[in-house]
Structure formats: C-alpha cells, structure tokens
Design a protein around this ligand. Structure first.
Ligand code: HEM
Length: 505
C-alpha cells in the first residue's frame, strides 16, 4: 500500500497530463513526479537540491540565445516538479515578485493554514489586502516604538542567563538561548507576557488540548515541526493524503505539533477575550482592528488564532536563527569582528545593554546584517507563485497560466553575475556607494519582495541589531562549532552553534 500510492501518482500524472513544460530541463525524476522535490524537502535540503539542479543544467540553453543567459553561471530555467519551474535569473525577481502583473501565491500555502487562511497563507488577493491592512497596524513604526522596552527587558534576562554561564569553561548552544530570547520577545509582544523560557531555561509550555486536558509541550519543537511539515505537504495537493499512509514519524509528529500549536494560540486568544484587556500588545491591536472587543463571533476568533499562529511561526525561528548564523559568520571573520567591535565601542559602553537609538544607524552593523542574511540565506528556498492568466515568457520559453514558478533565493544570493565574489562574506560590499547598495538590495530576498514582503521586517531588524550588538560588545565568544551544520524546514537554519563565553572586562 505504501509504495502503491506514490507509484499511482506517477502513473496517473503521466496518463492525464499534456506536458506543456516538456522543453524545460530538470532532474529526470522531477520532470515526472513531485516526489523528487518532496523527498528533498523532507530531508531538509530543498534549496541545495534546486541550486544543484540549476548548476547541472548550466549548458542547456532554453529558448533563443539571450546575452543575459550566457552571462549567468547557472541554467536559468529548471523544472523542479512536473508543474513547478524554478527561475534563477536576476530579472525574474521583479517579474515574479513585483507589484504587477499579479503572480499570486500558489496552493503551496494551503499547507500553512491553521483554522482559516492568515495574512501569510491566504492566496486570494483581496483577502490578503484586507488582512494585511489589519495586521500591518500592529507593526507600524509607532507600535514598534512602544514595544522597545519589552524587547529590552527580555535582553536583560538573556544576558543575566549568559553571564551566569560565563567563565565556567562550559560549552553552551547559543542558538538555543537565542531561540528562548526571540520566543519570549514574541510572546511578550503578541500576548503581553513572555513565556518564561529564558527564566526557566527550557521551551516547555503548558498547552490545553481541544479535549480540555493540559499537556507540557516543547513550543520551539512545535513551531519547527509544523513549518517543516507544511513545507513538505505544500508541494503537491496529494501529499497531505500520502502523509497519512507513509510510515514516517515525521508526518504524524508534524500533525500533532501543528494541532498543538493551534491549541496553544487558541488558549492565549481565549484567555485575553475572557479576562479583559492586557498591556499594549499585538493581539490587542488585532482585536481593536477587528473592532470586536466584547462581542466576538466564531469567525473572528478563527482569524485571531490564525494570525497568532502566523506570528509565532514567522517571527521567532527566523530571527533567532539569523542572529546565530551572524555570530558564527562574524566570529569566523576576525577582521569583520574587529571592525564591528570598534564601531560598537565608539558609541556604547561594554557593560551597557544598547538601546535602539544607539544601534539603528550604525553603518557597519547594518552591512554585517545584510551580508549575513545574503550569505547564509535564512530564506533559501524559492517562494512559489502562480503564472497569471495568459501565461508568461521567461527568456524565450512560454510558461502557461497556472504553472508554479519561484526564484531560488539562495541561488540568486550566490550568483556571480550579481555579487562578483558571492562565496566571500564581505560586509564592505554594502558600503561602497548608495547606488551599489540600492542595486544589491534588489537581490537580497531574505524578507521576500513585493506585495507579500515580510510584515515583521522592521521588528526583525530591531531585534537583530540589539541582540548582535549586545553579544559582540559584552562577551568574548569562543566558537566551538567548526562548521555551521544547517537544515531546512520552510526556512534554512543552523542546528547548533556551540560556544564558550567569557565576560569582557
Ligand atoms: C530575520 C527574520 C525574518 C525573516 C528572514 C522573514 C522572512 C519572511 C519572508 C521571506 C516572507 C515572505 C514569505 C512568502 O512570500 O511566502 C515573510 C512574510 C511574513 N513575515 Fe517575516 N521574516 C522574519 C521575521 C518576521 C517577524 C519577526 C514577524 C512578526 C512577528 C514576521 C511576520 C511575517 C508575516 C506576517 C508575513 C506575511 C506577509 C504577507 O504575506 O503579507 N516575520 N517573512
């Protein structure tokens, strides 16, 4: 039975389709079945497999010769499922993610829906505009200003814990502590109270399940398992069905996590709705924007739960993992470390925890962050969109309406034609001139582009600036991890960053 279903998918696909993408090269299996990409995503290496596919098909030129294509190092148009084309060309970024024409999000995002589509997972343009208008109020510049004291308090708790581990010769996984910090910040901003991960040194939280029972769950694992499962199931509409019959713990454990996370969000929303106003927080702003305080209908509750799950999944892992990768990159580039340290020490006392005003306009810190996001590629995979009515032509190749297309972020962020020396971690490239900065920014895809660009970008930058500056100023960090072992769920992230910490005198 377990093998029959995948084989059936291949056979039925072969029998029923008229292959309008047959001229587009790609790995043999990927041309015939979504299982190739599904397997890569399940193994946490989708972006690498797609990158390798672009390199493997370098010599196959699709369509009429075009100067741009020959200048590229990669084969620009590659098929990664029977109905999904990956386009690794600088011009494709604006074509696919720009504001017009309308390349909507594809069905891939259905796998991320909890209760009802959220601002992140909705594929409908109108629904998205309405939801984005509401959620963006919670991320306005004024709202962020109100949040800064809460971020600061959590950083105080973070350094309190790290200080106690300093000078002991003990190895710690700083990634774990960064996740506790960014999760506590997010819960504090979203619900008005941190979850106490920093205080307890664990990510176990109490979750009330839908049957009323209470259970201790690892909140970080819930989010990570949910986003990885969604990134696999979204690849093909048949995958959710297959996941129920394939004997792989990954699938049932991912489903459990997904349900538990929804229960957790549900509990926090109900707690607020039944017990009146809390301190200023994102949930308050969403409730105010829905104008529903006091008379909450079930549909609005679903909207609030969906928004909460989205904030939890979109906001903690991405930010914490980015800081961990940045610490690793800075520590493995002594010259960068020295320059960053000099810039920070010129304006902030070592013993101090910086405030946002002190770090927000530091050019070298900003360049280090942009270069780290580019080089490491926390968002490494191509974000899938649908070709609109009438189809589209990519570099001489006709792609019919309804085909999924994406621009592979890692591949673009490592394209020689854009960056010159892409494998080198060189923050200086962002400081050469304002024209150069503007040009490079077009190809930094960390936060997405166009109408679906990240809503939490300003918050993420604020957190990254504050946390990275604090760690570099306050500690001598001795890196224990020789390599940055990484994996990919929906985002690409380190598995551990082992360090020893010494307090600077
Ligand atoms: C370094 C940190 C972060 C990175 C790299 C990142 C990356 C991204 C990317 C690439 C997208 C577009 C996804 C797509 O088109 O499929 C996105 C969307 C989104 N992000 Fe972030 N994100 C980060 C932090 C945050 C934070 C802190 C929050 C909020 C707490 C957040 C909330 C959102 C939301 C709500 C969307 C959906 C926007 C829409 O579709 O209109 N993100 N993020």
């Amino acid at each position: 039975m377990f093998l029959v279903a995948p084989i059936l998918i291949v056979v039925i696909t072969l029998l029923v389709r008229r292959d309008r993408l047959r001229k587009i090269p790609g790995p043999v299996l990927a041309r015939w079945t979504p299982l190739w990409l599904g397997y890569q995503a399940r193994m946490g290496r989708r972006y690498l497999a797609v990158d390798e596919a672009h390199k493997a098909f370098l010599d196959i030129v699709v369509g009429p010769p075009c100067a741009n294509i020959h200048m590229q190092k990669y084969g620009p148009v590659v098929r990664i499922t029977p109905t999904h084309v990956s386009v690794a060309h600088p011009d494709a970024v604006a074509m696919i993610y720009g504001h017009s024409p309308a390349f909507n999000k594809s069905e891939f995002y259905d796998a991320f829906v909890a209760e009802t589509p959220s601002v992140f997972s909705t594929t409908d343009r109108k629904d998205h505009s309405a939801k984005r208008r509401i959620v963006s109020q919670a991320f306005s510049y004024r709202a962020l200003e109100q949040f800064t004291p809460f971020i600061h308090n959590n950083i105080v708790n973070f350094v309190g814990q790290l200080d106690s581990m300093c000078d002991t010769g003990r190895s710690i996984d700083i990634l774990k502590w960064l996740h506790f910090l960014t999760f506590d910040v997010l819960a504090d901003l979203a619900f008005g109270e941190p979850l106490g991960m920093l205080a307890s040194g664990t990510s176990l939280v109490s979750v009330q399940r839908s049957d009323g029972t209470m259970k201790k769950e690892d909140a970080i694992a819930l989010v990570e398992e949910r986003e990885h499962l969604s990134a696999v199931l979204g690849i093909h509409p048949w995958f959710p069905f297959l996941a129920r019959i394939i004997p792989d713990r990954f699938f049932w454990s991912g489903h459990e996590s997904s349900n538990a996370l929804t229960d957790f969000a549900q509990r926090n929303v109900s707690k607020r709705l039944t017990s009146g106003a809390y301190r200023e927080n994102i949930l308050e702003k969403l409730i105010a924007a829905h104008k529903c305080d006091g008379q909450v209908d079930p549909e609005t509750i679903k909207e609030l739960v969906a928004a909460t799950v989205t904030l939890l999944t979109a906001g903690f892992d991405t930010t914490g993992s980015s800081v961990a990768a940045l610490i690793y990159l800075v520590k493995t580039h002594p010259l960068v470390h020295r320059k960053l340290n000099i810039e920070l020490e010129a304006v902030i006392d070592r013993q101090e925890i910086p405030n946002h005003r002190q770090v927000k306009d530091l050019p070298y810190l900003q360049a280090v962050i942009e270069e780290g996001l580019r080089h490491y590629a926390i968002m490494a995979t191509g974000l899938p969109r649908l070709v609109p009515e009438g189809g589209v032509e990519f570099f001489g190749q006709q792609i019919p309406a309804g085909t999924e297309v994406s621009v592979p972020a890692f591949t673009i962020q490592h394209a020689e034609s854009i960056w010159g020396d892409p494998e080198v971690f060189r923050p200086e490239r962002w400081l050469e001139s304002s024209e150069q900065h503007k040009y490079l920014s077009r190809y930094l895809l960390a936060f997405g582009k166009g109408p679906r660009t990240c809503l939490g970008k300003n918050l993420a930058y604020m957190e990254i600036q504050l946390i990275l500056a604090t760690v570099i100023l306050r500690y001598d960090v001795e890196l224990e991890s020789e390599h940055l072992e990484s994996t990919e769920g929906f985002v690409h992230k380190p598995e551990h960053v082992m360090v020893k910490l010494f307090r600077k005198v």
